[in-house]
Design a protein around this ligand. Structure first.
Ligand SMILES: Nc1ncnc2c1ncn2[C@@H]1O[C@H](COP(=O)(O)OP(=O)(O)OP(=O)(O)O)[C@@H](O)[C@H]1O
Ligand SMILES: [Mg+2]
Length: 609
C-alpha cells in the first residue's frame, strides 16, 4: 500500500517543473488549434448567449417604466401582455442557445479527450523499451485515464467558461456604467471583501481536497493489493485482518470527504451574502435616488439590480475555477511528459529495407549498460552464421537475455556494432527488423482471447492449417484439443487459465507461426516436464531448419545439439564451441555441465529413497 500513497503525496507536493507555465499554457491552447472551426463556433455561441441574456433585464425595465409605473389604462394592459410575450420569447430563445452551447461544449470536450487518449495510446505503442522498465505501469494508466479527463475538463468547462465569464464581466460592466456611473462604483466596493473570502476559502478547500485525494488513493492501493495478493491472503487466512485494515482506511476517506464537503458547503452561502450586501447598498442608494431626486426610474433600478447580480457570478466562478485550472495544468504536464518522451531507439535518417533477411548475425566489440557506470555486456564478439543454432549459457544475471534484447533493438548498443547480413541493425528499418526476429521471452505473456487468437498474434493472415501444422510438430496439438473448447478456449487475462508450461508452449508456437528468419528462444520450455520437453525439442529441431536461432536454456541437456555453445560470465564471453569441444576444454561449460549432472543424480537418488 505504501508506494502509491507516497507517490501521490510526492506528486501533490512538488509538481515536477518540466515546462515553464508559459510553455505549458501555449501547449494547452495549441490543442484547440486542431479544432479551429469547433472552437470558433463555441466562442461565437458564448458571445451570443452573453449578449442575448443581457438584453432580458432591458425588456423588464421597458415593461415597468412604459406600462406599469405610469398608471391605470386598458391601452397599457395590452402593452404589458405584448411585453410579457416578448419576454417569454427571449427566455425561450435564450434557453435554446444555452442548450446549443452545452451540446457544442461537450462535443468539443469529448473530441479533445478522444484525440488525447488515442495519441497517448499511439505513443505508448511505439515508445522504447526503456520507458516501460523505468515507469510504473499504474502511473501510465492513470495518465491515459484520469489525467486525460482532468485536462479535458480544464479545456472545456475550465478554459471556455473562463472565457465566457471574462467576456460577460466586461460586457456587463460596460452596461452598468452606461446606466449609472456612481451606482456602478458603489457596487465595486464589495469586490475586495469578495476576493478576500474566496482566496481564504480556496486555501482551505485545497487542503481538504488534497486530503480526500490521498485518502482515496489509499483505498485504491489497498484494494488493488488485496485483489492481486488474494492467493497469499487465503493461504495465510488473513481475511479478517485485511477487512479491519480496509475499514480504517475507508474511515479516513469518509472523514476527509465529510470535512471537504463541510468546507465547500459554507462557501456558496457566504458568497451570496457578500453579493447581497452589494445589492443592499444599491437598493438603498438607488431607492433614495428615485424618491428624492428622481434621477433614475424604477425600471432602471430593477435592471441595474439584475446586472449587479450577474456581475458577481463571473467573478466568483473565475476564482473558483482556479482549482480546476491548477489540477488541469498538472494533468496536462503529466500528459505532455509522455507525448514529448523521446524515442531512445528510433529509425535512422534513411532506414534500409533489405529485399530479405538471410540471418547472419555478428556482434563486433559490443559494450552495453542499462544504467551508466554499471557495465552489463563487455566486448562481445560473436558470429552466428545463417541457419546456425547458437546456445547461450551462463549463470543467472550473466547477460544472456540482454544480448537478445540488443538484437531486437529493445535497446541500442553503447559501443561497437551489431550486424545482420553485414548491415548495422541501426540502419535497418525498425519494424522490418522486428518482423524478421521472433522472440519467445522468458516471462511469457498471453493476451486475453482464445488460444487461436494468441497463436495468430504475430501473423494475422495465418490459416488455421498453418497453425495446426506448427502445433502438431511441437506435439502441442493434442494438448490443445484436450482443453474444454480446444483452440477456442479463452485463456483469460494474461493466460491465467492455463498452466505455466502450457503458456510457454503457446508462446513458442506463436513465435514459430510468425515464421521469422531469426528466432530467439529464452528458456522457452523451462516449466515443462522433461518428457514433454524432449518431445517438443524434436519439434523445435525441425522448425529451426533454415532459420538462425539463439537458444537460452539452463537445462543444458536441451542445447547439446546446438551448432555452437557460448558461455557467458558477468557479461563476457568466456568460451565458445560445440558441446564436445567445450567438454574437452574442461572450463566453465564443463563445470556447469558437471554440476547439473551431479545435481540430477543427487535428485534422482534422493527420490529413489
Ligand atoms: N532493465 C534493466 N535495468 C537495469 N539493469 C538490468 C535491466 N535488466 C537486466 N538488468 C541487469 O542486467 C544483468 C543481466 O541481466 P539478464 O537478464 O541479461 O540476465 P540473464 O543472463 O538473462 O539471467 P537469467 O538466466 O536469470 O535470465 C543483471 O545483472 C540484471 O540485474
Ligand atoms: Mg534471462
Amino acid at each position: 500500500m505504501g508506494w502509491a500513497v507516497r507517490r501521490l503525496a510526492r506528486e501533490e507536493e512538488e509538481r515536477k517543473k518540466l515546462y515553464s507555465d508559459r510553455e505549458l499554457f501555449v501547449k494547452v491552447i495549441k490543442i484547440f488549434g486542431y479544432y479551429k472551426a469547433e472552437t470558433f463556433s463555441v466562442i461565437a455561441i458564448i458571445i451570443t448567449v452573453s449578449v442575448f441574456s443581457s438584453l432580458i433585464p432591458i425588456i423588464m425595465q421597458r415593461a415597468i417604466d412604459s406600462f406599469i409605473y405610469v398608471g391605470i389604462s386598458t391601452e397599457r394592459t395590452k402593452g404589458i401582455i405584448i411585453m410579457a410575450f416578448i419576454y417569454l420569447t427571449f427566455i425561450l430563445m435564450n434557453a435554446a442557445l444555452i442548450f446549443i452551447r452545452t451540446v457544442f461544449f461537450s462535443k468539443l470536450g469529448q473530441k479533445i479527450i478522444y484525440r488525447l487518449r488515442t495519441e497517448l495510446f499511439r505513443k505508448l505503442q511505439y515508445l522504447s523499451f526503456s520507458y516501460f522498465t523505468e515507469t510504473e505501469s499504474g502511473r501510465t494508466i492513470s495518465k491515459v485515464t484520469n489525467d486525460v479527463d482532468a485536462l479535458g475538463e480544464l479545456l472545456t468547462t475550465g478554459l471556455i467558461d473562463i472565457f465566457a465569464d471574462f467576456f460577460s464581466l466586461i460586457w456587463i460592466v460596460a452596461i452598468m456604467f452606461s446606466y449609472d456611473i456612481k451606482m456602478t462604483l458603489l457596487t465595486f466596493t464589495v469586490i475586495p471583501i469578495l476576493i478576500f473570502v474566496i482566496l481564504m476559502f480556496q486555501r482551505k478547500v485545497r487542503v481538504a481536497y488534497r486530503k480526500t485525494r490521498v485518502a482515496i488513493a489509499k483505498v485504491t492501493a489497498n484494494l488493488q493489493e488485496s485483489i492481486s495478493g488474494v492467493k497469499v491472503t487465503k493461504a495465510l487466512s488473513r481475511e479478517e485482518e485485511n477487512i479491519s485494515t480496509f475499514k480504517n482506511i475507508n474511515q479516513e476517506n469518509y472523514k476527509a470527504n465529510v470535512e471537504a464537503a463541510g468546507v465547500s458547503a459554507l462557501f456558496m452561502p457566504l458568497i451570496q451574502f457578500i453579493s447581497a450586501i452589494g445589492t443592499t447598498i444599491i437598493l438603498i442608494f438607488g431607492g433614495i435616488s428615485i424618491i428624492k431626486f428622481g434621477t433614475i426610474t424604477i425600471g432602471e433600478l430593477y435592471a441595474f439590480l439584475e446586472y449587479s447580480n450577474r456581475f458577481f457570478m463571473p467573478i466568483i466562478s473565475l476564482f473558483t475555477f482556479y482549482t480546476v485550472i491548477q489540477s488541469g495544468f498538472a494533468a496536462a504536464e503529466r500528459i505532455f511528459e509522455v507525448l514529448d518522451e523521446e524515442y531512445t531507439v528510433k529509425n535512422s535518417e534513411n532506414p534500409i529495407i533489405p529485399e530479405k533477411i538471410e540471418g547472419r548475425i555478428e556482434f563486433r566489440n559490443v559494450y552495453f549498460s542499462y544504467t551508466p557506470d554499471v557495465p552489463i555486456l563487455k566486448n562481445i564478439n560473436l558470429v552466428i552464421e545463417k541457419g546456425e543454432s547458437v546456445a547461450l549459457v551462463g549463470e543467472t544475471g550473466a547477460g544472456k537475455t540482454t544480448i537478445t534484447k540488443l538484437l531486437s533493438r529493445y535497446y541500442d548498443v553503447n559501443e561497437g556494432e551489431l550486424l545482420i547480413d553485414g548491415i548495422n541493425i541501426k540502419d535497418i528499418e525498425l519494424s522490418f527488423l522486428r518482423k524478421n526476429i521472433a522472440v519467445v521471452p522468458q516471462d511469457v505473456f498471453l493476451f486475453s482471447g482464445t488460444i487461436m487468437e494468441n497463436l495468430k498474434y504475430g501473423k494475422k493472415e495465418a490459416t488455421d492449417e498453418e497453425v495446426y501444422r506448427v502445433c502438431k510438430t511441437l506435439s502441442l496439438h493434442k494438448y490443445i484439443l484436450n482443453l474444454p473448447e480446444g483452440y477456442e478456449t479463452d485463456v483469460k487475462e494474461g493466460g491465467s487459465r492455463l498452466s505455466l508450461g502450457q503458456r510457454q508452449l503457446i508462446s513458442l508456437a506463436r513465435a514459430l507461426i510468425a515464421d521469422p528468419k531469426i528466432l530467439i528462444l529464452d528458456e522457452c520450455s523451462s516449466s515443462v516436464d522433461p518428457i514433454t520437453e524432449a518431445l517438443i525439442q524434436k519439434g523445435i529441431d525441425i522448425l529451426l531448419r533454415n532459420r538462425t536461432s539463439i537458444i537460452i536454456a539452463h537445462r543444458l541437456s536441451t542445447i547439446k545439439n546446438a551448432s555452437k555453445i557460448v558461455a557467458l560470465d558477468h557479461g563476457e564471453i568466456i568460451e565458445q564451441g560445440t558441446h564436445q569441444e567445450l567438454l574437452k576444454k574442461m572450463g566453465k561449460y564443463y563445470s556447469l555441465y558437471e554440476t547439473q549432472l551431479t545435481a540430477n543424480t543427487i535428485v534422482t537418488e534422493e527420490s529413489k529413497k
